[in-house]
Design a protein around this ligand. Sequence first.
Ligand SMILES: [Zn+2]
Length: 272
Amino acid sequence: MRISWIVLPLMFLSVTGFAQAPTPEPVSDQETELGLAVYKQLRTKAEIIESSPLYDSLKPVTDAIARVAQSRYPHPFKFYLVHDAQPNAFATPGGNVYVVDSLLYFVKNTEQLAGTLCHEVSHTIHRDGVALLEKDKKIEEREVAAAILLGPTRAHIIAIALIGKLHSLGYSRDAESKADVTGSDICAEAGYNPWGLTWLFQDFQNAAVGEIPQLLSDHPANGTRIRTLEKHFQDHPSTFAKFSRDPKSASPFSVPKDAPVVFLRPQAKTDK
Ligand SMILES: [Zn+2]
């Protein structure tokens, strides 16, 4: 990875001057309740990055995507960096999207990153996370529907279940393809080449097993997903014909190697 020498002095500075994690949306319904429960769970595990220069690299992309996606969802989209060795991204009900720091090191270009994030906001728009919980036999459907009334303990249990599902093989292939398609519409409208997601699939096919982003390795049917996207692009030439399928046309994306991070500290039990 090529690193500008200009970033090196920054690494020795305190990171407090860098862009920060957003503040969670206040609870107003079932989805924000679930979203906040997941947020608190991740904060307890000290996985949420509070500040880092990585936010400065992420923000222009998330701002552009949120501007387009926001009209399709009633709660504000908020993007949090979390730490994990496995490159990944996942969205929870309520508008929070979690981007694993190692994904920023894995992607080669802005289009691959944008494609992943457009895909994730589409899961939120489609309410896929809520549907996932409702399918869980251990969590009664009425409990999910009544999450706001459950109080902190049960909401907390549901949050742990949801995190587990989002980290493992969660969504059906159909839900994945639908998120790909809606995501490609959002990316195209935001000005990001929607072929980026297919380039990520292809890079992943060539990657060493340990490097495969979990969000992709869960879904061996990437060929089907690519074909579904190609058909969508062909069927809507007025939107997609202007984008090149050649990865050489991409905008390279890189972040400072080993950028410093400050984690959000777990808060006292009385915290709401
Ligand atoms: Zn997905």
